[in-house]
Each structure stands twice: as structure tokens, then as C-alpha cells.
Design a protein around this ligand. Structure first.
Ligand code: TXE
Length: 495
């Protein structure tokens, strides 16, 4: 895989050095080698990127394109991503330590966002209203906002970028995209494909750098008209403060503490795999992690045993090896955060029945590895049941009745997703209806699609990504009145 020693920032269709002339080392979480550098962006770089996006929105090739031409351009970008999927997946694995199998699946899937929203670009229909006023015509049409600031997290950089870029561009906006400082390279490699796909200069700009150094400059920039963000609740709140101050529309996806509920009438073998999917896929570094497992009392011991026996067999190792189930934690700060929860769980009185420690293995010399960890006898008020750990850590709770399961599941500040396992479909639907979450999976877990809306209730976020509704996040409605009678006789009374 060929990568560059240094990645500048992609502004107005050109690669530019950061004005600070400073760089951030890119670390491989498995080998802990520095393998590249990305620009440490500054306010000046953000200002240049936003100016390029503003100019591209107002004038030139982009606003001159029809929606049909924009759609074709998006499909062409999807094709370029499909051609380079393997290489982009390798870059992501090297950058964030997630399994090559996972990143390959994501990159092979990402083009669908560009095909789907490319197809939608020229199907954004306005409306004509009936009117109670004689000699008036009233209609409305959707218009793009202008410059969109799109900020992504390190766990799935390009899939998250696709969630944002495809609808934002289909709607006719221009974009300044900022990947996480922990995994920027794949987004930079993506930028290399823009010109070839026919994206005019300035329509998509990519700036890199530390969120705490350039985040406010980007979200608070007066020429940024809309913000879309995936990341932590703390950063989401900060951005929401800026959006409130500046009256900017906002789409937020902030992770969660999703409940995976297993009833005693479930197919327990299937549910056990679902429970492991919930907390171990992507090493738990996924916003939809089913990190709270709620198990009905009558099957509690039997079910925990099943989950532990699958989790115990998970192989930790090189994310590029086909045998590996769990790769390293993506970065050192995050590794330390997860480890911190072991003491918290102990102090709160949870029982650790698996893991609870850093993984030691003579074959893995470096790498930030944490063993699959399962806590039982967890009370929902404990911090491991309330806080997003974002690692391979499961809190198992018990419940007696349906009512109790619903109460515990909803006793969370978050509401991104949930799972319900039961062979009784009436029960499963009844419970799903009462769960306060943006997605509920029944007898399955961690399924997403470009066609199905995704987003959070409560502190998990606002707005929706994916599905046709997502394009509305990037559009505003303009109403028109046309007087056909020529009567403007009384200027002092509303008509
Ligand atoms: O998030 P941050 P981090 C959760 C997870 C994880 C925790 C911290 O619990 O342990 O967040 O991860 C940019 N203005 N999730 O530190 O800081 C930053 O540069 C604008 C859940 O990586 O929120 C990066 O591009 N932007 C999540 C992005 O925000 C700012 C996925 C996310 O980083 C900024 C990842 C600012 N002031 C972590 N400060 C999910 N929803 O799936 C930082 N950023």
C-alpha cells in the first residue's frame, strides 16, 4: 500500500501545507509505529477552506449544475470509492486499528451512499399550496444552506464521511470536512479522488488538525451555514452551544449506552451471538454498541455462560490477519479511558466474570489491547451501566418482567439504539415500541443501511442520517407568494 510521508490539506482543489507548518504524527495502533503525518491545521487554514467552499457555492461550476448533473457527479464519486475500496480500507485499518474485514465491508458499502443520494438529487420536489386568498399562487421549494461543516470521528472515518457528504452534496451544498486527528489519512486519500470524479474545486475541502484547536473556528465561522457532527457527547454539547449562539441548524450523532434485552423465550444461542456482536464487534468502539445487556432472571446464569464462552474464544491480534476478531484500541488516550473503568466497576461492586485487564500476549508486543470484559451483578445506576465506555466491556443486568426491562432500558441519558430478543413477535414489537431509542433491532443487532434513517433520541443526538429523510437535514424551505390580481390597494392591513 503506497501512502504519503505527509498529507497537507485539500483546499479549493489543491493540496496545501498547513499555515502553521506543523504536523501531527500518525500512529499505527497495532505496531505503534509512526507511519505518516497529517497537517496540524489552524484558524487560517479553516478560513481558507470555508472561503473556498463559500465561493464554490455562490459562483462557478457548482451552482450552474443541474440537480441531475450533481447526481451523476455523486455516482461518479461512488465509482471512484468502489475502485479504491481495498486501499482505503487498508489505510483505515492501519490508522485506527480496526479489523481489515470490518473496514473492507464499510468501504465496499460506502459507494451506495453516493449512488442512493445521487439518485435522490433530482427528486427533491417542492410543493404547491392550496390558498384561501383569491388571486394568489403559493408554492415552496427546497434550497441548500450553503457551506456545511462536517466533522467525523476516528472509528469509521469514511463511512461517517459518506453519511454526511452524500446528502449534503446531493442537496447542493458545499462542504468543509474535518476528520478526527486520530485517523485522518483515509479522508485525505479520499480527497485525492475528488478531481477525478469531476468535483469542482472548493465543493469539498478537507482540513485536518486537533478538534480543540480548529473546531470552534470551523463551527463558529460566520460563513458556515450548517453543522453535522459525529463524536462525543461533550464535543456535541460544545458544538450545540455554538450553533445556538449563531442560530445554525445542527445534525448530531453522539453515541450511546444501548440496551440489548434478552427474554427467556428467545433463541438463546442466536441471542448470545447478538450479545457478543453488541459489545465486541469493532472492539466495542462503535456508537451502537449494545454495552448494557439486560437478561431475564430465569435464564441469567445460563445466558451469561453462553456469552462468556463465545467472548472468551475471541482472538485478539493483528487487524490485518483474517484470524483476528478484535484489534487494538484506536489510540492511547482512549485505551487509558477504558482501563479506568476497571477500577470504577470494582469500586461500584460489579463482579468481573471475564477479562477486566490489559491483554498480555507474547505475540503482541506493542498495541493497546484490552481483553473482552464482562461484568455481572450490575445495577443500572453504576457508572459502567450509564457511561459510554466505547471498548470491549459489557455490563450485564437482570430483570424480572417486561415492564422492568423497559424501565431499565429507558433509564439512560442516551437513546441511540437497542436490541430485543424474543420468539414472541407480539412481545418483541410491544417492547420495541416503548424503547426510547432511534433504532431498535429485533432478533438481530448492528445492522445499518443507506436506506434506513439513523440517529439518536435524548443525549444521543438530534436529526437523522441515512434514508431519504436525511437529505432534509441539508435543505431549507423557501415559500413564494405570487399575486395575480394586481391588487395591492391597502398597504396598512395584512392580506
Ligand atoms: O471524540 P471527540 P474523541 C465517544 C467515545 C469516545 C469519546 C471521545 O465515547 O471515547 O467520544 O472520543 C472533533 N469543535 N465517541 O475524543 O473529541 C475531533 O477533532 C469541533 C463516540 O475522539 O468528540 C473529531 O474530529 N470539533 C462517537 C471529532 O470532533 C471538535 C465516535 C470527534 O472527536 C471539537 C467517537 C470542537 N471543539 C467517539 N473538539 C460516536 N458517536 O460514534 C473535537 N472535535
Amino acid at each position: 500500500m503506497t501512502t504519503r510521508a505527509r498529507y497537507g490539506q485539500y483546499i479549493n482543489g489543491r493540496w496545501e501545507k498547513p499555515s502553521s507548518e506543523q504536523w501531527i504524527d500518525v500512529v499505527n495502533p497495532f505496531s505503534q509505529e509512526n507511519w505518516s503525518q497529517v497537517a496540524r491545521g489552524s484558524k487560517q487554514d479553516v478560513d481558507r477552506a470555508v472561503a473556498a467552499a463559500r465561493d464554490a457555492f455562490l459562483d462557478g461550476q457548482w451552482p450552474a449544475m443541474t440537480a441531475t448533473q450533481r447526481g451523476a457527479l455523486l455516482r461518479s464519486l461512488g465509482d471512484r470509492i468502489a475502485e479504491h475500496a481495498e486501499r482505503l480500507a487498508e489505510v483505515e485499518s492501519r490508522d485506527n486499528g480496526k479489523l481489515i474485514a470490518e473496514m473492507r465491508a464499510q468501504l465496499q458499502y460506502a459507494p451506495e451512499w453516493f449512488y442512493y443520494f445521487g439518485g435522490l438529487a433530482d427528486k427533491i420536489e417542492g410543493m404547491v399550496f392550496p390558498t384561501d386568498k383569491a388571486d394568489m399562487l403559493s408554492y415552496a421549494k427546497y434550497e441548500p444552506y450553503g457551506v456545511v461543516a462536517a466533522i467525523t470521528a476516528w472509528n469509521s472515518p469514511l463511512l461517517l464521511a459518506a453519511y454526511k457528504l452524500a446528502p449534503a452534496l446531493a442537496a447542493g451544498n458545499t462542504v468543509v470536512l474535518k476528520p478526527s486527528e486520530h485517523a485522518s489519512v483515509s479522508t485525505m486519500e479520499l480527497a485525492d479522488l475528488f478531481a477525478d470524479a469531476g468535483v469542482p474545486p472548493g465543493v469539498i475541502n478537507v482540513v485536518s488538525g486537533y478538534g480543540h484547536e480548529i473546531g470552534d473556528a470551523l463551527t463558529g465561522h460566520p460563513d458556515v451555514a450548517k453543522i453535522t457532527f459525529t463524536g462525543s457527547e461533550a464535543t456535541g454539547k460544545r458544538i450545540a452551544g455554538i450553533a445556538a449562539r449563531d442560530i445554525k441548524p445542527l445534525t448530531l450523532e453522539l453515541g450511546g449506552k444501548s440496551a440489548n434485552i434478552v427474554f427467556d423465550d428467545a433463541d438463546l444461542d442466536l441471542a448470545a451471538v447478538g450479545a457478543v456482536t453488541g459489545f465486541l464487534s469493532a472492539g466495542g468502539q462503535t456508537c451502537v454498541a449494545g454495552s448494557r445487556l439486560l437478561v431475564q432472571n430465569s435464564i441469567y446464569d445460563e445466558f451469561v455462560e453462553k456469552v462468556v464462552s463465545i467472548a472468551k474464544a475471541a482472538r485478539l491480534g493483528d487487524p490485518f490477519s483474517a484470524d483476528t476478531h478484535i484489534g487494538p484500541i484506536a489510540n492511547e488516550a482512549h485505551f487509558q479511558k477504558i482501563i479506568g473503568y476497571f477500577d470504577i466497576a470494582k469500586a461500584d461492586g460489579a463482579d468481573c466474570v471475564l477479562g477486566g485487564r490489559v491483554h498480555q500476549d507474547s505475540e503482541i508486543k506493542d498495541g493497546w489491547f484490552i481483553e473482552p470484559t464482562v461484568y455481572t451483578n450490575v445495577d443500572n445506576s453504576m457508572r459502567i451501566a450509564q457511561e459510554e465506555i466505547f471498548g470491549p466491556v459489557l455490563a450485564v443486568l437482570s430483570f424480572e418482567t417486561e415492564e422492568e426491562a423497559i424501565r431499565i432500558a429507558n433509564d439512560s441519558r442516551y437513546g441511540l439504539a437497542a436490541g430485543v430478543w424474543s420468539k414472541d413477535s407480539a412481545r418483541a414489537l410491544r417492547v420495541a415500541d416503548r424503547i426510547q431509542a432511534g433504532t431498535v433491532w429485533i432478533n438481530t443487532y448492528r445492522v445499518v443501511s443507506f436506506m434506513t434513517p439513523f440517529g439518536g433520541y435524548k443525549a444521543s443526538g438530534s436529526g437523522r442520517e441515512n434514508g431519504a429523510v436525511a437529505i432534509k437535514e441539508y435543505l431549507q424551505l423557501k415559500s413564494y407568494w405570487i399575486g395575480t390580481s394586481g391588487d395591492v390597494s391597502n398597504p396598512f392591513v395584512i392580506r
